[in-house]
Design a protein around this ligand. Structure first.
Ligand code: M6R
Length: 606
C-alpha cells in the first residue's frame, strides 16, 4: 500500500533512502517524503511532495545533508487526499520527531481529539499524524527512549500499521513496529535497514530478519534489538534473500511489465524445479492431507483468477470439492469451515489484508492452511501451516504477470499432489501432465515470439471504448484475467465471459466493431466446437474477433497461434497474448504502464 524505508549507517543517508524509495514506489505513488536526522542533532531535515517520487527528486537539488540516518515514504492515499500536507513524514509539534506509516489507524479520530485537547497542532488530514504526536508525548514520558515510546504508542493503536520513527536528538537511531502490515530488517555491515520489502535494500545486503506481529525493531548502524510490546527481547529468524539485485531493475526494457512478461519462462521453470514428480516432504509433512474433505481457495484480483483455474484442476485430478472465494467476501459471510477444510490462500505479496483476514478466520475455525506465496517471510506464509512458494522473483509492475503464471503452476502442483495421495489420478494421466508441465517454459517462450505482431495488431483497437473476452472451461478464468489486465492498464471497459453465458445477456453489448478476444479450447475438443459457435454469434452482430487458438480458425478476423498443451494447462500459454494486449493498449493510450492510476501493488488495507 505505502512503501517505507529506513537507513542508518556509514553512508550519507539521503542516497540509500532515495534508492529504497525508487524500489518501493510500486507500492503507492500519491506522494513521497523523506526525513533525515542530521549528525549535528539540529532539527530534522524534511522534504515531501504530492505526486510521484520524481516530484520530490526535482526539489532536492544537489546538496546532500550531513546525515547518516533517515526514513522515506511513498504513499497510497487512504485518509486525506494526495497533497503535500498529507504526505509523510509527519512531525510532532517541535519538528524533532518524524513518523512514517503504512496501514490504517482505525481509532485516529479518538486519538486526534485527545491530542488536540492536550495542545497538539495537526497539519494534515491523515490518520498517521496522530502517531507522531502520540509518540512525542510517550517519548517524553519515557525519558527520551524512542523504543519504549513506540511500544507504549502501539498499545494505544487499533488497526494495521508499519511505523518508522526518528528523533533529532538521537541521530543514528530508527525505531520501527508492525501489526498486520509488512516490515523487514536488512542486516548490513556497519549499516542496517528497515523496509516494507527487501527490494529496498537488496543492492546493499542479502541478509534479512523477519519481524513478527506486534514487534518493535530498534536499530542503529551496528545494533538491532527486537522486542515485543511488553519490552521482552524477541529471538529473530535471519534468512538469506534469494532474489538478486538486478532482478529488481528494468534491464533495458521500456517498462517493468514488459520485462516481467519476458521473464515468465524462467519464473515457470524455477517454480517447477524439483517439484513436477512430487512436492518435498518438508512442505507436505506439515499437513495431513488425508484428513481433508474440502478445499477452499481464497485470493484477490489476479490471484483469484489463478485460484479459479486451480478449481478446475484440483477437482478433476483429486476428486475433491473446491470453492474459490474472493477473500474480501469470504470471512464476512460466515462460511462453513472446519478442521477437515484445506484453505489455500494465494498471494504474490503475502501481505494482502483481505486474504490475510480470510486466512485468520478459517484458521480460527480449525482449517489447515496451505499458502501459495511469492514473498519469503511475508505475513501470509508465516501464519500458514505449509507454504508452496512460487519463484517468480520480484514483481515490480503493479499489474501482475509472472506471479499469475507461477500461481497457475502452483495450482497444478497442488492438484497433482492431492491426486497422488488420494489415488484419484491415473498413472497415464499423471505422466502426461508431468511431461506437459515440463514443456511449459519452452512453450511460453514460443508464445513470446508472437509479441511484436500482436503489439502492432493491438494498436488498431486503441480507440475502442470496450473489449470483451470469451472463454470456456479454464479459458473462462483466463478471459477474466485478460479483462482485469485491460481495465487496470488501459482504463477501458473490459469484461470476461463464459462463452455459454453470452446468450443470457452479455451479447447485448456487442455492436459493430466491438473487439472480442476469444480464447479457444484445444482444437478438436467438444468445447472448441461450442466456442466456434459463440464466435459466429458475436460476428453476426458486428464484433471483430481476435482468437487465441492452437490451430487455424477461419472464423476469426485475427488469429494468435499458441502451441497445444494439456487442456488444463492452456491458461499458462493463452494469458501471455492477453497480457501483451493490455500492455500495448496502455502504451498506445499514453497510460503509465507500471504504475496505473489509483492502484498499488500490495493492498494492505481492507
Ligand atoms: O499480492 P496479492 O497476490 O495478494 O495481490 C492480489 C491482487 O491485489 C493483485 O493480484 C491485483 O489484482 C493485481 N494488481 C492485478 O494485476
Amino acid at each position: 500500500m505505502c512503501g517505507i524505508v529506513g537507513y542508518t549507517g556509514k553512508e550519507l543517508a539521503l542516497n540509500p533512502v532515495l534508492s529504497g524509495l525508487r524500489k518501493l514506489e510500486y507500492r503507492g505513488y500519491d506522494s513521497a517524503g523523506i526525513a533525515l536526522a542530521l549528525d549535528s542533532g539540529e532539527k530534522l531535515w524534511v522534504e515531501k511532495r504530492a505526486g510521484k517520487l520524481g516530484n520530490l527528486e526535482e526539489i532536492l537539488g544537489t546538496k546532500i545533508p550531513n546525515s547518516h540516518s533517515g526514513i522515506g515514504h511513498t504513499r497510497w492515499a487512504t485518509h486525506g487526499g494526495p497533497t503535500d500536507e498529507n504526505a509523510h513524514p509527519h512531525l510532532d509539534n517541535e519538528g524533532k520527531l518524524a513518523v512514517i506509516h503504512n496501514g490504517i489507524i482505525e481509532n485516529y479520530l479518538e486519538l486526534r481529539a485527545q491530542l488536540e485537547k492536550a495542545g497538539h497542532k495537526f497539519k494534515s488530514e491523515t490518520d498517521s499524524e496522530s502517531v507522531a504526536h502520540l509518540l512525542s508525548d510517550a517519548r517524553k514520558k519515557h525519558n527520551g527512549d524512542l523504543a519504549a515510546a513506540m511500544r507504549e504508542a502501539c498499545q494505544q493503536l487499533r488497526g494495521s500499521f508499519t511505523l518508522l520513527a526518528i528523533h533529532s536528538d538521537e541521530p543514528g537511531r530508527i525505531v520501527g513496529a508492525r501489526r498486520n502490515s509488512p516490515l523487514v530488517v536488512g542486516v548490513g555491515d556497519g549499516e542496517n535497514f528497515l523496509a516494507s520489502d527487501v527490494s529496498a535494500f537488496i543492492s546493499h545486503t542479502k541478509r534479512a530478519l523477519e519481524l513478527g506481529q506486534d514487534e518493535v525493531a530498534d536499530i542503529t548502524a551496528n545494533t538491532i534489538v527486537i522486542s515485543n510490546l511488553a519490552g521482552k527481547i524477541q529471538p529473530h529468524n535471519e534468512y538469506e534473500i534469494s532474489w538478486d539485485a538486478s532482478s529488481a531493475e528494468r534491464g533495458g526494457f521500456e517498462h517493468f511489465m514488459l520485462k516481467e512478461i519476458f521473464e515468465q519462462p524462467r519464473a515457470i521453470a524455477d517454480t517447477l524445479l524439483g517439484r513436477i514428480t512430487g512436492l518435498s516432504e518438508e512442505i507436505t509433512n506439515r499437513i495431513d492431507f488425508k484428513e481433508i474433505d474440502k478445499v477452499v481457495i481464497v485470493a484477490c484480483g489476479t490471484a483469484f483468477n489463478a485460484g479459479l483455474v486451480g478449481k478446475y484442476a484440483i477437482e478433476k485430478w483429486a476428486d475433491i470439492a473446491v470453492d474459490v472465494e474472493l477473500a474480501s467476501e469470504y470471512r464476512y459471510r460466515d462460511p462453513s469451515v472446519d478442521s477437515r477444510t484445506l484453505l489455500i490462500p494465494i498471494s504474490q505479496s503475502g501481505e494482502t489484508m483481505d486474504t490475510l483476514m480470510a486466512l485468520r478466520y478459517a484458521k480460527d475455525k480449525g482449517a489447515k492452511v496451505f499458502a501459495v506465496c511469492n514473498t519469503n517471510g511475508s505475513t501470509i506464509p508465516r501464519e500458514s501451516d505449509a507454504v508452496l512458494y512460487t519463484h517468480a522473483g520480484p514483481e515490480i509492475a503493479v499489474a501482475s504477470t509472472k506471479a499469475f503464471e507461477t500461481q497457475l503452476v502452483a495450482m497444478y502442483l497442488m492438484g497433482l499432489h492431492l491426486g497422488r495421495i488420494r489415488g484419484t489420478i491415473s498413472e497415464t494421466l499423471l505422466s502426461q501432465i508431468e511431461a506437459e508441465l515440463a514443456e511449459l517454459p519452452a512453450k511460453v517462450e514460443q508464445v513470446l515470439e508472437t509479441v511484436e505482431p500482436l503489439r502492432e495488431l493491438t494498436r488498431n483497437f486503441s480507440t475502442a471504448s470496450s473489449m470483451l473476452f470469451l472463454g470456456r472451461h479454464v479459458g473462462f478464468p483466463t478471459a477474466l484475467e485478460g479483462a482485469l489486465k485491460l481495465k487496470e492498464l488501459a482504463y477501458m471497459h473490459a469484461e470476461g465471459f463464459a462463452g455459454g453465458e453470452l446468450k443470457h445477456g452479455p451479447i447485448a453489448l456487442i455492436e459493430s466493431g466491438t473487439p472480442v478476444v476469444a480464447i479457444m479450447p484445444a482444437a478438436g475438443s467438444l468445447l472448441a466446437e461450442k466456442m466456434a459457435s459463440n464466435i459466429q454469434e458475436v460476428k453476426a452482430r458486428g464484433a471483430v474477433v481476435i482468437a487465441i487458438a492452437d490451430s487455424e480458425l477461419k472464423a476469426a478476423d485475427f488469429l494468435v497461434r499458441i502451441p497445444s498443451t494439456h487442456e488444463f494447462l492452456q491458461p499458462v500459454l493463452a494469458v501471455v497474448p492477453l497480457q501483451v494486449i493490455a500492455y500495448e493498449m496502455a502504451v498506445a493510450r499514453g497510460n503509465d504502464v507500471d504504475q496505473p492510476r489509483n492502484l498499488a501493488k500490495s493492498v494492505t488495507v481492507e
